[in-house]
Design a protein around this ligand. Sequence first.
Ligand code: THU
Length: 143
Amino acid sequence: MEEDRRTAELARKAVEMLAFSYAPYSRHHVGAALETEDGRIYTGCNIENAAFGPTVCAERTAFFKAVSEGVRGFRRIAIAGGIDGVAADFCAPCGVCRQVMMEFCDPDTFEVLLTREDGAVKVFLLKDLLPMGFGPASLHPIK
Ligand code: THU
């Protein structure tokens, strides 16, 4: 089925991104593949820093690449991670990345796909990973 093929491709891209991870301090490599509403894919990896604080996660790299190019609509994100780039177990997104997803995605429909390198995928809705999330609808943006 076409949807299964697309899911497998998104998961594979997240695993492929492990190769680009820059994680000499934690050795925890993470890759992400973010699918836009119109079917494009933005990828990301974690990028660490000797000062630790500037480190950015794979998920946020993917989101910020997309948003910086004017994309605002997202369907789902696949994430893979593991020590030395071996994604043997499922790797869940950190709280900060869940909050960034909350900024740009509908928590009722946006899907987070946890991916292993053997191709196994676990699917969660953002609302289940960030219950009662605080997002744009919680504020009154000045237009
Ligand atoms: N990391 C991610 O890339 N995504 C997450 O959601 C969790 C953590 C990275 C940050 C850091 O480079 C390494 O994993 C260890 O925390």
